[in-house]
Design a protein around this ligand. Structure first.
Ligand code: IFM
Length: 418
């Protein structure tokens, strides 16, 4: 069988990502408070117990040939009471970073991933006019303590899109508000906080480091109407669909990066699936035949469109999250390879992509959906906390090691339906 090899640039980083509340266990924050009102299977509880088992997790990441890892710091552990920092908790995260470095894995430290200390949530969270200063005070403390060991930072995860939408527009996440004015306000405060935190981090770093960065993931979804304009305009998108598509794409995918442009050094892209909310999307892109257990429609070529669109920001890009909920591990290997084939294409076509991080290293607590969706390269037995490497993880490990993806020649074209 003829093999086609897609070789990635030298120094390209390979890894996976997690977040504190989803894996650590026993967190006390606005989410854990909200979870009390939910049935037991929707409570994070001990999660993966990674607060205690992080070394075991990193041993696995190393065994899987990964050389970069993104984890998040739990703000509520660092600042459990307003203005009072917990040095022991900070020390824990210093050890987490050390444990990664000892295994030859570069850390990307995420400073906020959906959860807030209870006291901050009680003050209105990011609705509070002082939230940028309050957040930056925490950022400064963390960066002061880790600045010699960490070069890659990320402020907010999916803040202006997923989080603002779920928490303030459709009411599915705490604090379960449904108020468009609050949604707008929260998004503005995230931008202000981004700017302030960025300036603060830059002040702390006296030695310029090329890898120092801040970014604003996300581009969680693909809005097909627009994405496919390039490739499918010949199929005749109606003008009003194009308008809606453009607006939707901007609000959903580009707003935060665009508004905070001077205040980050690299972009982090989170990409999972096609979004069909724009009218006419079925006309421009046929239904794809594989779905994740989240009910998400998989479309690997979408990552190519997203990456090409991000070129205009003229900053390095990391794919910070890309993954599939697939408890039987039937689709994950194919999912990773097909996305990587398109990441490679984007690199080939000029996108400055520096690394790829699969979501997630471990099965974990998938927010309002509980533990059922399983995104992990590693399966977790939530009763015993036993970790079991899935076959797809070994397939990914080969790619990480070789810095190259091998596909049967021709197959890469056959797999893509568009
Ligand atoms: O689990 C989440 C993560 O916390 C943020 N990005 C999307 C993932 C899958 O839904």
């Amino acid at each position: 069988m003829d093999i086609m090899s897609y070789i990635f640039p030298e120094g390209f980083k390979w890894g996976s990502a997690t977040s504190a509340h989803q894996i650590e266990g026993n967190n006390h924050n606005d989410w854990s408070e909200w979870e009390k009102s939910r049935p037991p299977e929707f409570r994070s509880g001990k999660a993966c117990d990674s607060y205690n088992r992080y070394e075991e997790d990193f041993d696995i990441a190393k065994k899987l040939n990964q050389n970069i890892h993104r984890f998040s710091i739990e703000w509520s552990r660092i600042e459990p009471k307003e203005g009072r920092f917990d040095h022991e908790a900070m020390h824990h995260y210093v050890n987490v970073v050390k444990a990664l470095r000892e295994r030859g894995i570069e850390p990307i430290v995420q400073l906020w991933h959906f959860t807030n200390p209870v006291w901050f949530a009680e003050k209105g969270g990011f609705l509070n006019v002082d939230s940028p200063e309050i957040f930056t005070r925490y950022v400064k403390y963390v960066v002061d303590n880790l600045k010699d060991r960490v070069g890659l930072w990320i402020t907010f995860n999916e803040a202006a899109s997923i989080y603002s939408g779920f928490a303030y527009l459709n009411g599915q996440w705490p604090p379960q508000h449904r108020n468009i004015f609050e949604y707008i306000k929260v998004r503005k405060n995230f931008i202000k906080a981004q700017a302030l935190a960025y300036r603060t981090i830059k002040e702390i770093y006296t030695v310029p480091q090329s890898t120092l960065g801040l970014n604003n993931p996300t581009s969680h979804n693909v809005e097909v109407g627009l994405v496919e304009n390039n490739a499918f305009s010949a199929l005749g998108n109606l003008w009003h669909e194009k308008m809606i598509g453009k607006l939707y794409n901007y609000q959903r995918n580009l707003y935060f990066w665009d508004k905070a442009l001077p205040y980050y050094d690299f972009l982090g892209l989170n990409y999972y699936h096609v979004d069909r909310r724009v009218p006419g999307s079925y006309r421009v892109l046929p239904k794809q035949d594989w779905m994740s257990e989240m009910g998400w429609e998989t479309y690997p070529k979408g990552i190519y469109y997203r990456l090409m669109e991000l070129k205009k920001f003229k900053k390095p890009i990391y794919v910070i999250e890309n993954g599939i909920a697939d408890s039987k591990d039937e689709l994950r290997g194919r999912f990773i390879k097909e996305h990587l084939r398109w990441v490679w294409q984007a690199v080939h076509d000029g996108a400055d992509v520096r690394g790829y991080l699969y979501w997630s290293l471990l099965d974990n607590f998938e927010w309002a959906r509980g533990f059922k969706p399983r995104f992990g390269l590693v399966e977790i037995d939530y009763a015993t906390f036993e970790r079991k490497i899935r076959p797809s993880a070994l397939e990914y490990a080969k790619i990480c090691k070789a810095n190259q993806l091998d596909l049967p020649a021709g197959r890469q074209e056959l797999m893509i339906k568009n």
